[in-house]
Design a protein around this ligand. Structure first.
Ligand code: PLP
Length: 477
């Protein structure tokens, strides 16, 4: 029988693994961004059963090289411009490694006190760095917590909103289907999912129309929908406004939306999954005007703030509303610290009971980069997107499809949807870049999102040159 890996074996295998990751990052730009192989290739290359006898880590790394790595989409590749970034960084990986090595379980303050307190401090630091309202700080009635994803943040915000709207009845008897959620037609799909999980059915979400130019939610349409629901005996429970929608990074007008929510006592959750990171730069904080109205707010450091997945930062203005909605206290979790009321138990802020020490990777990132390093990363993404957009607007075969306030540029070929779709297929087939698409005002639109720390001007220029030359071929027929 294979022995447990002793600390000396771990040290040497660990060095090899860190070397492997460093080599991967060094050679990333030479690899195709996406896998070129058909579905089933990895399954076919792996044995049908787990090994009977243990194997050295070197054998696993060899299979990483031969079987796994060539069949990945490389999200850290300098030519990866798809979806939104999911960037990571050296300090994030090292923080996560330490977290794995410690293997603590931070469900209660009492089960790992520093795990909870470091999380409280890092989220207070982040709120400060981003200029978020005072009421989100743990020093007042609110506070921050790390969720696995923005989807989970929206789910727990929805549950807290139902708790509030039902005056606590939700906890005991659930809610009926009269409760309503509102978001723009560009709100993320995770909002409908949260509402479905909360038991309101997909129809519980009212899609609110957007302005055709800005793609942002129209406050007048929100007001009309809330009033119509109230007149019909329905209960408006939550509005989810977005800073940086997934399709185009539109910014919903929070000052107007917040005033409407305040007037009707509706919970306002702000989903800034991607664009929230921009708030570390004072010159981009205009995007957060009105955030003081929010009952809850989230963004993903795992998208654009150099912290590897999974790390969503979620704040509430009143932690009591959230924890009342979610707490359940079985005998086996009772402990003196919880009963003293002097500690935060983050299990009451999320769906699962157990929780990893995720604050470590964020702490490592904040300490390695400092505020100035984080700002430089965001500014570089915005500057590279501007650089790309400048080239695009100088070529009259192309048109911008939306404003580009952050690091996403949406564009199309003026020749139409078919030509634009052909363009995307052709540039992605090059293996040098990876872009994705959406529809804006019904029209096929390419998206180029900058975010990998490895991406520089030369990669954005290469993307532009590939697009321009593919456009020449496509338009020549
Ligand atoms: N909200 C917005 C605006 C997004 O763009 C995304 C993902 O791109 C999400 C939510 C979902 O993020 P997560 O994967 O963290 O759940």
């Amino acid at each position: 029988m294979a022995e447990h890996m002793d600390p000396e074996e771990f040290r040497s295998a660990g060095h090899a693994v860190v070397d492997w990751i460093a080599d991967y990052w060094t050679t990333l730009g030479q690899r195709p961004v996406t896998s070129q192989d058909p579905p089933g290739t990895v399954v076919a290359a792996l044995p049908a059963t787990a090994p009977e006898h243990g194997e050295p880590i070197a054998a696993v790394l060899a299979d990483m090289d031969d079987i796994i790595t060539p069949r990945l989409t490389h999200w850290q590749h300098p030519g990866f411009f798809g979806y939104f970034p999911a960037n990571t960084s050296g300090p994030s990986v090292l923080g996560d490694l330490v977290s794995s090595g410690l293997g603590v379980q931070g469900m209660l303050w009492a089960t790992a006190p520093a795990c909870t307190e470091l999380e409280t401090v890092t989220l207070d630091w982040l709120a400060d760095l981003m200029g978020l309202p005072e009421r989100f700080r743990s020093t007042g009635p609110g506070g921050g917590v790390i969720q696995d994803s923005a989807s989970s943040a929206t789910l727990v915000a929805t549950l807290a909103a139902l708790h509030r709207a039902s005056k606590g009845r939700w906890r005991e008897v659930g809610v009926d289907r009269r409760y309503r959620a509102y978001t723009s037609t560009h709100g993320h799909s995770s909002i409908e999912k949260a509402v479905r999980i909360a038991g309101l059915g997909g129809e519980g979400v009212r899609p609110i129309e957007v302005d055709p130019v800005t793609q942002a939610l129209r406050p007048a349409a929100l007001r009309a929908a809330i009033e119509a629901d109230l007149a019909a005996g329905e209960v408006p429970a939550i509005v989810v406004a977005t800073i940086g929608t997934t399709s185009t990074t539109a910014v919903d007008p929070l000052p107007e939306i917040g005033a409407i929510c305040a007037e009707y006592g509706v919970w306002l959750h702000v989903d800034a999954a991607y664009a929230g990171a921009a708030a570390v730069c004072p010159e981009l904080r205009w995007s957060h005007a009105g955030v003081e109205y929010a009952d809850s707010y989230c963004f993903d450091p795992h998208k654009w703030l150099l912290t590897g997945f999974d790390c969503d930062a979620f704040w509430v203005a009143d932690r009591g509303e959230l924890t009342e909605a979610l707490t359940v206290m079985p005998e086996f979790l009772r402990n003196a610290a919880t009963e003293s009321g002097a500690v935060l138990d983050y299990r009451d802020w999320q769906v699962p009971l157990g929780r990893r020490f995720r604050a470590l990777k964020l702490w490592f990132v904040l300490r390695w980069y400092g505020a100035e390093g984080l700002r430089a990363h965001i500014r570089s993404g915005v500057a590279l997107a501007d650089r790309f957009a400048d080239r695009l607007v100088a070529d009259d075969r192309f048109a911008l499809a939306a404003a580009h306030p952050f690091s996403l540029v949406c564009f199309r070929l003026r020749a139409g949807d078919e030509a634009s779709a052909a363009l995307l297929a052709r540039v992605n087939a090059s293996g040098r870049v990876h872009l994705t698409h959406t529809r804006v005002n019904g029209r096929y639109t390419l998206r180029l999102a900058v975010g990998s720390p490895l991406t520089g001007p030369e990669h954005v220029d290469e993307a532009w040159e590939l697009l321009a030359s593919a456009a020449t071929d496509i338009l020549a027929g």
